[in-house]
Design a protein around this ligand. Structure first.
Ligand code: UTP
Length: 408
């Protein structure tokens, strides 16, 4: 794209200010700015006007889970089914590692954080160890696709290489970069981070499927005969990934997706709860729940909206491919976005100053027709690292790792 074309394109959307410093840039900065403009998804801007990023919610109903007791009763059958699929290499996993991890306040990719105390033990390493547990019992590797962002891709790939993939077979690992979306001020103008650099951010944890497909990895999975694909966050160092019983329960259920869930620690716990919305699987956020919903109980005294999601899902790849051809909604989220002010000076705002566009995994769940909530024991599988200390922190995760026999 040349300057004239960029000017026409930006003018069409009222964004010609993106070129205001063009003349002051070096040749390479000019070329870079033009290529950033060429890649921008301007269609997102229309959502701001329509405000169609906000969703109207339907009627919620509880959705019961396959409980830990039920899983134990059927474990041998589930494991047998799961083993078969894993041995035939029909299952793959996607690690979502494209987030900014701002709450942890660590300047490298979150997975590079060392949770060890007497030895090195990185978050990435914990996750790989958990998958290797499955590889060891099935005797087969599964494809592990690692989603990075433009901001952390190089560091992530180099780290895996340097650490020799923590013992995983590199032939079964692929990295792909998550798409970005522009950051926009309250006036609808796309923000500049530098005179030749547009402010963009990763497009949310639901951006993975499209980015994976763009990187040619959907073709790879299909060619390999993969039928089930799980996604999991980088935060949770204790989660089991595609363990045979989980995979087997999915197969046995015939549902489109399985979601690992934990029983709420208390009715007001701030987790998204799996339920039905207008008859389809859905996740209701804690702040969207009415008081009634929060406290409703069944005849045995259990909360009806009782199962919180932990960002660990297993999808049928064919069903996922179908729904991703439909339009997955975009959320418009207010954020603090560092950007140039009217004088071309970089400002780091203390409070939100604009919008980011995000796709969310939970919308994928809602587009599917059926979901199996699969209960896991919180003390075994839920140790998210969001903060340094306190709730969901390095401290709480370390305690749980130790409780589960991991030497730190
Ligand atoms: P979070 O919602 O915790 O976001 O991500 P975050 O960016 O990592 O952390 P904060 O909020 O800035 O502290 C949940 C999971 O989704 C991934 C993250 O890497 C994490 O595994 N994620 C999130 C992406 O891969 N891409 C995104 O755009 C957002």
């Amino acid at each position: 794209m040349n300057y004239q074309e960029a000017l026409e394109l930006t003018s069409k959307y009222g964004q010609q200010h993106l070129l205001q410093y063009y003349d002051s840039l070096s040749d390479s900065e000019k070329a870079s700015l033009l290529s950033q403009i060429e890649k921008l998804d301007f269609s997102l801007l229309s959502l701001l006007k329509e405000n169609s990023g906000t969703q109207n919610r339907g009627a919620f109903e509880p959705l019961g889970a396959l409980t830990v007791d039920e899983i134990e009763e059927n474990r041998s059958e589930y494991e047998r089914l799961g083993f078969e699929a894993l041995k035939e290499e029909k299952v793959a996993a996607v690690l979502l590692a494209g987030g900014m991890g701002t709450r942890l306040g660590f300047d490298k990719p979150k997975g590079m954080y060392n949770v060890g105390e007497t030895r090195e033990l990185y978050i990435f390493e914990c996750l790989i160890n958990n998958i290797l547990d499955v590889v060891r019992v099935t005797g087969h590797y599964m494809y592990l696709l690692v989603m990075t962002s433009e901001l952390n891709h190089e560091d992530t790939v180099n780290f895996f290489r340097e650490k020799e993939y923590f013992g995983y077979d590199p032939d079964y690992v692929r990295f792909f970069v998550q798409d970005t979306a522009p950051c926009v001020g309250y006036d609808g103008k796309i923000l500049l981070e530098e005179k030749g650099k547009i402010a963009v951010s990763p497009n949310g944890n639901g951006g993975w499927f499209t980015s994976l497909a763009k990187a040619g990895l959907l073709d790879l999975l299909n060619a390999h005969g993969v039928e089930y694909i799980s996604v999991f966050g980088v935060d949770n160092v204790c989660q089991r990934i595609n363990d045979p019983a989980y995979v087997g329960a999915m197969l046995k259920s015939g549902r489109d997706v399985t979601a690992k869930v934990v029983r709420k620690a208390d009715p007001n716990e701030r987790v998204g709860v799996l339920c039905l919305e207008d008859g389809r699987p859905s996740i209701v956020e804690y702040y969207e729940m009415t008081d009634d919903m929060i406290h409703l109980k069944d005849e045995n005294g259990n909360l009806l909206y009782n199962f919180g999601v932990i960002l660990n899902y297993l999808f049928r790849l064919d069903r996922l491919t179908e729904i991703m051809n439909d339009q997955i909604p975009v959320h418009i989220v207010e954020k603090k976005i560092p950007c140039l002010d009217g004088n071309g000076e970089l400002q780091k705002p203390e409070s939100p100053n604009g919008y980011k566009f995000e796709y969310l995994v939970l919308d994928m769940i809602h587009l599917l027709s059926s979901c199996l909530p699969y209960e896991v024991v919180r003390e075994r599988e839920f140790a998210p690292i969001k903060n340094r200390t306190g709730v969901d922190s390095v401290e709480s995760a370390r305690a749980l790792l130790v409780e589960n026999g991991v030497t730190l």
